[in-house]
Write a protein that binds this ligand. Structure first.
Ligand SMILES: C[S@@+](CC[C@H](N)C(=O)[O-])C[C@H]1O[C@@H](n2cnc3c(N)ncnc32)[C@H](O)[C@@H]1O
Length: 423
């Protein structure tokens, strides 16, 4: 409870002091280190600290805005050149060039990237203002926690998709909206203009060869590795056991099976989890399935807009429909109908957009960033529970939204839809 006799900035400072003390207490009780930017620091706080973390981040962000001139705050929030540095780091995989626990000179990095040393130095020094790399002595580059994370090729692929594929789409989103007002098409987007193509992003990935497809699938797996997108939420917060023995699941748009594997590992009653995705994505995905799961995980090239051909008990759509406009979501849902048995489940795991101010502001901002990203790249959007309900009703009134679960800590809600049709 904030003290009304204090000024707003003093209230915020008091919140920060009190909530930081809670975080320190939780960490001390568990024998965990205090957060640090050091390259070997653990990246996340325990779940128990989540409420205090929310309070501190929101208070610190408001304090930052209050203590800045409005134009300087807007300029920083715009941050349009932050991505140049991040793109450079990702394209050349500069993190992998910096030794763990060591340092490397700007001159060395310039030689290995073939970029002019003075330009590279400026780009990396700008990244350092975001705590990506540090300069422990003049002319030398060393890791921070963030740059070290990017040494993982998967993390670098994630940053590369963000800066090479998504960023140009954002830059041209408004132009696309003016060129194609009201369009529902995935190839009339900021992405199409930004990449000078008449294809959708998936058309580009499908035709772009295995390197781009794998990079995209890898980036998706990295998203899933962030705590709030953990596959554990669908493993633990949906009652799979209630579906009975020998349950067959189709993971529609399941990429290279990272969630399917977690499901099969977590629930022995799932007799099979069939991963459907674009041919270029599922090609060779078998190789990533551990021997113990091989008999229960399979992959199949399938266009999710084409009629479903596999009879199953559950059709699981994780993070698929937010990539499509309402028009296409309706087509995708209707494409499942030919094989649906009465009582079959459609499980949709997607963001349920909050009303403004309903969740901590930094989390709301992350969700709204995703929403705009969906608009720029796909002409799609994130939806509230009411919008999900309307979408299902538009696709077919026999899709009955039975339950919505929003596990604490998860960025994605779980919508259980039951097919109320007859044989
Ligand atoms: C945002 S990713 C989600 C992947 C995975 N379900 C997850 O939660 O991490 C969307 C997936 O849809 C797949 N996809 C896009 N268009 C498709 C199509 N026409 N047919 C089949 N899969 C498609 C992509 O290849 C990608 O794997």
């Amino acid at each position: 409870m904030s003290n009304p006799s204090l000024t707003r900035i003093a209230q915020l400072a008091a919140t920060i002091t009190a909530e930081v003390a809670k975080i320190d207490g939780i960490l001390a009780a568990r024998g965990l280190p205090s957060p640090s930017l050091d390259e070997d620091a653990p990246p996340t706080l325990p779940d128990e600290a989540a409420d205090a973390q929310d309070a501190v981040i929101d208070a610190a962000a408001e304090l930052n805005d209050l203590l800045r001139e409005p134009l300087s705050a807007i300029y920083e929030h715009g941050g349009h050149n932050n991505n140049v540095c991040l793109q450079t780091i990702a394209r050349f995989h500069i993190s992998a060039m910096v030794p763990a626990g060591g340092r490397v000179s700007y001159a060395d990095l310039a030689a290995r990237t073939a970029l002019p040393e003075q330009v590279l130095r400026r780009l990396l020094r700008h990244a350092m203002t975001m705590h990506v790399f540090r300069e422990p002595e003049p002319g030398m580059v060393a890791h921070t926690r963030a740059s070290k994370a990017l040494t993982d090729p998967a993390m670098n692929a994630w940053l590369r998709i963000g800066t090479e594929e998504m960023w140009p789409a954002a830059v041209r989103m408004l132009d696309a909206l003016q060129k194609w007002p009201e369009s529902s098409e995935p190839n009339e987007t900021g992405f199409s203009l930004g990449h000078n193509t008449s294809e959708s992003i998936y058309g580009v990935i499908g035709g772009g060869g295995p390197e781009l497809a794998v990079r995209f699938a890898t980036a998706m797996a990295v998203y899933a590795s962030r705590p709030e997108y953990s596959p554990a939420f669908i493993v633990d917060h949906y009652d799979w056991a209630a579906l009975g023995p020998e349950t067959r699941v189709v993971d529609v748009g399941g990429a290279q099976g990272h969630v399917a594997m977690a499901l099969a590992r977590g629930h022995a009653n799932l007799a099979s989890v069939l991963v459907q995705d674009m041919a270029v994505v599922v090609a060779g995905a078998d190789a990533g399935v551990p021997a113990a799961l091989k008999s229960r995980i399979a992959f199949m090239p399938h266009d999710l807009l084409a009629p479903q051909t596999v009879v199953a008990d559950v059709y699981y759509f994780r993070w698929i429909l937010h990539n499509w406009s309402d028009k296409h979501c309706v087509l995708i849902l209707r494409a499942q109908i030919p094989v649906l048995k009465p009582g079959a489940r459609i499980i949709i795991q997607e963001t349920c957009m909050p009303e403004p101010g309903a969740v901590p502001r930094w989390k709301e901002k992350a969700l709204r960033m995703n929403d705009i990203n969906m608009g720029a790249v796909f002409n799609a959007r994130e939806r509230t529970v009411g919008e999900w309900r309307d979408l299902l009703a538009e696709a077919d009134p026999r899709f009955v939204l039975k339950a919505v679960t929003e596990p604490k800590g998860s960025a994605l809600g779980i919508l259980e839809v039951v097919w109320n049709g007859t044989d």
